[in-house]
Design a protein around this ligand. Structure first.
Ligand code: P6P
Length: 337
């Protein structure tokens, strides 16, 4: 029987063999994984745990907060603030950064997260997830502030998500490929179930919210129109469509079997570059996708090269199977910005 490799053993071996993970980063990732286990348990209780429905408040994005959004955020803050590995945290659910209180030692890492992505799906029992990104504090000795977080996605030292679906699966990269760990509820530990994940360069499956079609820019309209024409059209093959309205679940499908995910700019709110957030949704997901051989752009630029100017800034996202993302990006290049 093949031996089960736990997340802890995987991280220790990455630290020992590849020197890839300093001990403080290993500690951080284990604490995040433990937090995801706690969030999974809260999510799985559903109505029995009195955790469904809205909390009656709004987040910085002006979105109604679900009770589980707040619970997940609190779990991540409380689990990570005392360990000495972090200087500060940032969350979709908090307006400003959360600096580790003086009563705890400060570390050299910055943790960013969307504590519960896809929360509109909570009450209808559809997969949701936690997305996280890890940066290092810039090398200088002054105190931590929001500006320290404003680093391009290429500076991430770790990124991942945990999807709370039929299985609870943690997906992680530290820059040496993508590994997947499934929660063994009997043992209470994450077990390695896939490593060196690779996305097929081509696909027949696209993910986009089709109800926004009339609002899209021409390059996106062209790409989707060609997919919809199927075998008889310029692509010469039929396409399938999926849209779970939970980025974690859509990205997990793409990492598992390929595909292209698109949340492009649209003219409903022309002043906004897109709906999804750069720092704690697009950047971690884009790194995972690239580490698995895929591509991720905003239509015109590699997402990981974008220099952020605001903590909660939004971005247009096109990611997944490399040849498809390059096709959509080429259509944008043929159209003046
Ligand atoms: P729409 C969830 O709220 C989210 O941020 C992503 O997880 C998801 O891909 C997208 O928004 C869904 O947006 O407009 O289709 O509801």
């Amino acid at each position: 029987m093949t031996q089960k490799i736990s997340l802890t053993r995987y991280l220790v071996e990455q630290q020992r063999v590849d020197g890839h993970i300093p001990s403080q980063l290993r500690l951080l990732l284990e604490v995040v994984a433990r937090s995801c286990k706690s969030i999974s348990q809260a999510v799985n209780k559903g109505a029995l745990g009195g955790v469904l429905g809205s909390a009656g408040s709004e987040n910085v994005q002006g979105e109604v907060q679900k009770k589980l959004d707040i619970i997940a955020n609190e779990v991540l803050i409380e689990a990570n603030e005392w360990g000495g590995h972090l200087a500060a945290m940032a969350s979709e659910e908090m307006d400003g950064i959360y600096v580790v209180p003086n009563r705890y030692p400060q570390g050299e890492y910055l943790l960013l997260f969307d504590p519960l992505d896809g929360s509109s799906n909570i009450d209808v029992n559809v997969s949701i997830g936690t997305i996280f990104s890890v940066l290092k504090m810039p090398e200088d000795d002054r105190g931590v502030d929001e500006g320290d977080f404003l680093q391009p996605g290429s500076k991430q030292v770790a990124a991942g998500y945990c999807v709370y679906g039929p299985q609870t699966t943690l997906v992680l990269t530290v820059g040496d490929g993508v590994a997947m760990f499934t929660l063994d509820r009997e043992q209470g530990s994450f077990v390695l179930t896939r490593e060196n994940v690779q996305i097929p360069a081509d696909t027949k499956e696209f993910a986009i919210n089709m109800s926004n079609m009339r609002h899209w820019d021409a390059p996106v309209r062209r790409y989707i129109d060609e997919c919809l024409q199927g075998k008889e059209g310029p692509r010469g093959k039929d396409f399938n469509m999926r849209w779970i309205a939970s980025m974690v679940a859509d990205v997990h499908r793409i990492l598992t079997r390929g595909g292209i995910f698109m949340y492009p700019w649209d003219k409903r709110e022309p002043g906004k570059p897109g709906k999804l957030r750069l720092m704690y949704e697009a950047n971690p997901m884009s790194w995972l996708i690239e580490q698995a051989g895929g591509a991720a752009t905003n239509g015109r630029q590699r997402i990981l090269d974008i220099q952020p100017t605001q903590l909660h800034e939004r971005v247009s996202v096109i990611l997944g199977s490399r040849n498809e993302v390059e096709r959509v990006t080429s259509y944008h290049a043929q159209t003046p910005a």
